[in-house]
Design a protein around this ligand. Structure first.
Ligand code: NAP
Length: 298
C-alpha cells in the first residue's frame, strides 16, 4: 500500500485566499483594515526571515502589518511598554512576539503581558485556559493548522485513537486538547514514554512534534493511519553543499509504505503555520471590532 502525501502548501494557499476575501469584507464593515503587529528583538537570522515572511503575507491578504524591530540589548521594561502600547492601539488586532527572545528577557512574562484578545499565537495563560475549558479563544497556529489538515483528510475524527508525540506548550499540549475536543481518544507521549513504537502502533492519527530527525519509523505505524509530521530538522550538509537537507520527525519514505496519508517536510505543516496566524489575526479583528464572522468562514 502506498499512502497519499497531504499537500499543506495547497491547503495553506486556499486558507490565505479565504482570509483575503474575509479581510476585504471586514474592511468594509469596520471601516479599517485588520492589523497584525509583529515584534522582533535581536538579529537572529531565522527569526528575521520568519518576521519578513509574516509581514509580506499579512499585506498580501489585505491586512495592515506593523513591524517592531528592537535591538538585541532591549530591556524587559522597554519591551513590556511596547506590548502595553500595542494592547491599547485600536488599529492592532493581533500581537505576535517572535520567539525565542534573547536570554536576558523573561519570555513567559512578555507573552503573558499580551492581551488575550490580541494573542494570535495562543500562548498566554488565558488562551491556554480557554482552550482547556472549551471556551472560544485563540489557539496556537501550528496545532490548529495540523487539525485543519486532519479534518480535511478524515472528516469526523470522533472515536479515533490519536497519539501526539511531544508535550510542548507550543505544539504537543494544545494539539492534544484540540484532538480531545474532536472526541478522539488521545495519548500524549514524551521522552519518558515506555515502548513508544508500541504506543504509536495503536494510533489512527499520529502527530509527531519532537525535533528528532526521522525518529518515527515505518514499522511503528498502523496500516492506514494518518501521520502529521510537525518536525523541522536540518541535517548536517552533505559534502560540497552549504546547507543540509530539511527533514521532519517522521521517516517519510518508510511511513508512506504503511500509512494512509502523511504530511511531507517541507510542504506539509510548515506552510499552515503562517496561514493560520493570518486567520487568527482576522478572527481577533472581528471579535475586537464587534463584526460578525460567519461560522466556518475561516
Ligand atoms: P520541544 O519544545 O523541544 O518539545 C519536544 C517534545 O518532544 C518534548 O515534549 C519532549 O519530551 C519530546 N521528546 C524528545 N525526545 C523524545 C523521544 N526520544 N521520544 C519521545 N518524545 C521525545 O519542541 P516543539 O517546540 O514542540 O517542536 C517540535 C518540533 O516541531 C521541532 O522540530 C520544531 O522545529 C517543529 N516545529 C515546527 C513548526 C511548524 O511550523 N511546522 C512549529 C513549531 C515547531 P519531554 O517533554 O519529556 O522533554
Amino acid at each position: 500500500m502506498s499512502a497519499a502525501l497531504i499537500d499543506g502548501k495547497a491547503f495553506a494557499a486556499g486558507l490565505r485566499a479565504k482570509v483575503a476575501e474575509q479581510a476585504a469584507t471586514f474592511e468594509q464593515a469596520a471601516e479599517r483594515k485588520a492589523g497584525l503587529a509583529v515584534v522582533l528583538v535581536g538579529e537572529d537570522p531565522a527569526s528575521q526571515v520568519y518576521v519578513a515572511s509574516k509581514a509580506k503575507q499579512t499585506v498580501e491578504c489585505g491586512m495592515a502589518s506593523f513591524e517592531h524591530r528592537l535591538p538585541e540589548d532591549t530591556a524587559q521594561d522597554v519591551l513590556l511598554a511596547l506590548i502595553d502600547a500595542l494592547n491599547a492601539d485600536p488599529a492592532v488586532d493581533g500581537i505576535l512576539v517572535q520567539l525565542p527572545l534573547p536570554k536576558h528577557l523573561d519570555e513567559q512574562a512578555v507573552v503573558t503581558r499580551i492581551s488575550p484578545d490580541k494573542d494570535v499565537d495562543g500562548l498566554t495563560p488565558i488562551s491556554t485556559g480557554r482552550l482547556a475549558l472549551g471556551q472560544p479563544g485563540l489557539v496556537p497556529c501550528t496545532p490548529l493548522g495540523s487539525l485543519m489538515l486532519l479534518k480535511d483528510r478524515l472528516g469526523d475524527l470522533s472515536g479515533l485513537d490519536a497519539v501526539v508525540i511531544g508535550r510542548s506548550i507550543l505544539v504537543g499540549k494544545p494539539m492534544a486538547q484540540l484532538l480531545l475536543a474532536e472526541n478522539c481518544t488521545v495519548t500524549v507521549a514524551h521522552s519518558r514514554t515506555r515502548d513508544l513504537p508500541e504506543v504509536v502502533r495503536r494510533a489512527d492519527i499520529v502527530v509527531a512534534a519532537v525535533g528528532r530527525p526521522e525518529m518515527v519509523r515505518g514499522d511503528w505505524i498502523k496500516p492506514g493511519a494518518t501521520v502529521i509530521d510537525v518536525g523541522i530538522n536540518r541535517l548536517p550538509p552533505e559534502e560540497g553543499k552549504a546547507k543540509g537537507k530539511l527533514v521532519g520527525d517522521v521517516a517519510t519514505a518508510e511511513v508512506l509504505e504503511v500509512a494512509g496519508a502523511v504530511t511531507p517536510v517541507p510542504g506539509g505543516v510548515g506552510p499552515m503555520t503562517i496561514a493560520v496566524l493570518l486567520r487568527n489575526a482576522l478572527v481577533a479583528a472581528h471579535r475586537n471590532a464587534g463584526v460578525a464572522l460567519a461560522d466556518g468562514a475561516l
